[in-house]
Design a protein around this ligand. Structure first.
Ligand code: UDP
Length: 339
């Protein structure tokens, strides 16, 4: 397996995965419509990896003719499908856009893969498929409650589509569903990172933008949850660790056929929102102006991962700490400010 179509390859996790793919000798082909990413990231990818050219198709992957063109032009051995809308909060005000974009892009991609005999797929799923879990850590076998947001439902539906399709006896699908917990941070070089359009929906970019003076104040959504400090617990994982897991997944798929497996990708521990803010203040030596506000609709109290399956089966483990991730996110924010 060498030539890998990467949808959303200019995005946050996508761009970090392109670096890891190139460093491991894969040949990635990016398909991105730049709806939530910037073109300069492609130049950064080239300079970071020393490549003169990276193949790029600028197109929307919900439009089958666009995607087919890539399959017709390129010899593709596998696909990593990142392209999706990803904000829990925003998905409540844009439910149709979320379902159309996230679900249609997967079915279009599967049709194109089928027509061109491409079997290998790594799909970006999410811990939101577990819903409001009663117990953490959650393993892949944990009881799944209903997802609490339209975003979470799009990921659960996509997983169901993959399950249904893989049981079709004519299907040769060979796929991995990676359930991300909370990817944060930036490349240690400070050259690529998260680029939210407008006010960030996610915690860490909101923290870094507030510390940099671009936002007045961070609102911590809810201080009355049943946790030690009253704020929600999440499992924050460095984006480079997430990217590396995609390469490990391709390596694993390359030696198999007709598999469909899900893997949790997290750090294996729960950190509170307040702990993240305090840790950021420590590593960046700055103050974050914050207040405790109302709870955010769709948030669960606690969710963190049991990653034993990915550790064992994919031979993957995290390398970076919460401190590293926050430091790298801050360096990225400082570099952006200098531009
Ligand atoms: N959060 C917050 N203020 C913000 C953004 C997020 O308090 O401006 C909290 C959010 O309620 C959740 C945690 O930070 O408990 C992580 O949220 P994020 O949106 O980054 O990721 P999610 O867990 O929703 O995928």
């Amino acid at each position: 397996m060498k030539n890998i179509l990467v949808t959303g390859g200019a995005g946050f996790i996508g761009s970090h995965t392109i670096v890891e793919l190139l460093n491991k000798g894969y040949n990635p082909i990016i398909l991105d419509n730049f709806s939530n990413s910037e073109k300069f990231i492609i130049d950064r990818l080239k300079s970071l990896t020393g490549k003169k050219e990276i193949k790029l198709y600028e197109a929307d992957c919900t439009v089958k003719s666009n995607v087919l063109k890539v399959f017709e032009n390129e010899k593709i051995d596998g696909v990593i499908h990142f392209a999706a809308f990803k904000a829990v909060g925003e998905s409540f005000s844009k439910p149709l856009e979320y379902h159309k974009n996230n679900v249609n892009s997967l079915t279009v991609l599967l049709e194109c893969m089928k027509e061109h005999n491409v079997d290998n797929l790594v799909f970006s799923s999410s811990c939101t498929v577990y819903g409001d879990t009663e117990h953490s850590p959650v393993s892949e076998e944990s009881v799944k409650n209903k997802p609490t947001s339209p975003y979470g439902r799009t990921k659960a539906y996509c997983e169901a589509i993959l399950n249904d399709y893989s049981t079709d006896e004519k299907s040769k699908l060979n796929a991995v569903m990676l359930r991300y917990f909370n990817p944060i941070g930036a490349h240690p070089s400070g050259e690529i990172g998260e680029l939210p359009l407008g006010p960030p929906n996610n915690l860490v970019p909101y923290i870094t933008q507030t510390a940099a003076g671009l936002r007045e104040e961070l609102t911590i959504f809810g201080g009355d949850y049943k946790t030690d400090d009253g704020t929600c617990l999440r499992d924050y994982i460095h984006v480079v660790d997430v990217a590396v897991a995609h390469v490990a997944s391709l390596d694993w798929l390359a030696e198999r056929s007709n598999e469909l497996e899900s893997f949790n990708l997290g750090s294996g521990k729960g950190d509170s929102v307040l702990h993240v803010v305090k840790t950021f203040e420590k590593v960046s030596n700055t103050k974050v102006n914050y207040k405790i506000g109302e709870r955010r609709i769709g948030d669960v109290t606690t969710v963190y991962a049991d990653c034993a399956k990915a550790n064992k089966v994919l031979n993957w483990k995290t390398k970076f700490s919460l401190e590293d991730a926050l430091q790298h996110a801050w360096q990225w924010q400082l570099n952006l400010k200098k531009q």
